[in-house]
Design a protein around this ligand. Structure first.
Ligand code: PMV
Length: 356
């Protein structure tokens, strides 16, 4: 599918309400660096989570004035910063939704994970909003479910690249690669059918190391990749890692899975360290937790591994069959490294779901 396929000028005049939940996701091969229009420099693969999600309600009514209006609240309260961002985003995508020009929208969004947990909410919030908009549009179009899924991912991507991967699950791929025929730079595709069962109910425990504001936003991080001296090599390695990970996901080979995901996490942080200006998102306790995970694995031979996104939190990955011993280790050894001893025990899920 090409960009034009997602443009829709058909409209209608109606009143209604839709509500969707959409989860966060954690990348295995990371998206770090982009071209114009949120086109990724390399493909990425992620696990879709289930417990960390955004709930978004969109009510639509025929517009009251000549200009359509968008009203936004976060958790029932006014939030001017978020409202400005949502307004700008919706204006930027109006050619894809004919109904926007003659409706006012009343949007409320809330996260079920703590606001100050340091968990990136852009993936869950953008994919929840995109799900609502495409759902409204689907009331007048006869597009099939497959098209609607693609369009939800396409619209999510325009809000935040990684959000494109939250629409489906448990394992999705975004970005063109010869390794997967259906792949696209415009939207993510569900590759779960080509993934061994062991990964379908994999666990992801998020250690909340530091809930504070990040020193550098991910948009600036992507931008700094344009002049990073190692970026060309990074994009090559990431493309190659997608091909390697495809085989690993198919075979369920956990040792190879661990080495590729941990290497990806450390590599994107090495790119942050080598940016100009340089910046460090890991905290001392991020490294402390990583050391403990490596030591635990050496001693027990269990399949506990870590990954990181653009922040200091540590995402622990492990198979369901090893839950008991590993959660005991987390409680005994790792929670002391977390802010207020907090962590979130999540596992893989199937993407965005409709509530009404
Ligand atoms: O979607 P963005 O622009 O917030 O970028 C996300 C980047 C990482 O989380 C670091 C990696 C990824 O692929 O999710």
């Amino acid at each position: 599918m090409v960009e034009q396929d997602f443009i829709c000028s058909d409209s209608f005049e109606s009143t209604g309400i839709v509500e969707w939940n959409s989860p966060s996701n954690i990348a295995l091969v990371k998206y770090w660096g982009k071209k114009q229009n949120q086109i990724p420099q390399n493909p990425s693969i992620s696990f879709t989570l289930s417990k960390c999600y955004t709930n978004t309600v969109v009510e639509f009514k025929p517009k009251k004035n000549t200009q359509n209006e968008i009203y936004f609240t976060f958790d029932g309260k006014e939030n001017q910063d978020f409202e400005k961002k949502v307004n700008a985003f919706i204006k930027s995508i109006d050619k894809y939704f004919g109904f926007l020009k003659n409706h006012d929208l009343y949007i409320n969004s809330k996260n079920n994970f703590p606001h100050s947990s340091g968990i990136a909410s852009s993936a869950s919030s953008m994919s929840a909003l995109a799900s609502c908009l495409v759902d409204i549009e689907s009331q007048i179009t006869s597009n099939d479910n497959n098209f609607n899924l693609r369009k939800k991912s396409f619209i999510s991507r325009l809000g935040s690249g990684s959000a494109s991967r939250s629409i489906e699950g448990p394992v999705t791929l975004w970005g063109k690669t010869d390794a997967y025929k259906e792949s696209s730079d415009l939207y993510a595709v569900n590759i779960s059918n080509e993934v061994d069962k062991i990964f379908h109910d994999y666990n992801n425990t998020i250690l909340i190391i530091d809930p504070g504001q990040k020193v550098i936003s991910s948009s600036l991080g992507h931008e700094l990749m344009n002049k990073n001296p190692f970026s060309k090599k990074r994009f090559e390695i990431a493309k190659n890692n997608i091909e390697r990970l495809k085989d690993i996901l198919q075979s369920g080979e956990l040792d190879d899975f661990i080495s590729i995901t941990e290497s990806e996490a450390l590599m994107i942080h090495s790119l942050m360290l080598s940016s100009d200006p340089y910046y460090i998102l890991m905290k001392p306790n991020t490294l402390e937790a990583i050391y403990k995970v490596l030591e635990f694995r050496r001693e027990t031979k269990l399949h506990l591994s870590f990954t990181l996104d653009a922040g200091s939190n540590v995402h622990l990955l492990y198979p369901k069959s090893e839950t008991e011993i590993i959660t005991k280790f987390i409680d005994d050894e790792l929670l002391t490294l977390c802010k207020s001893k907090s962590c979130i025990h999540d596992h893989l899920g199937n993407g965005a779901t409709k509530n009404r």
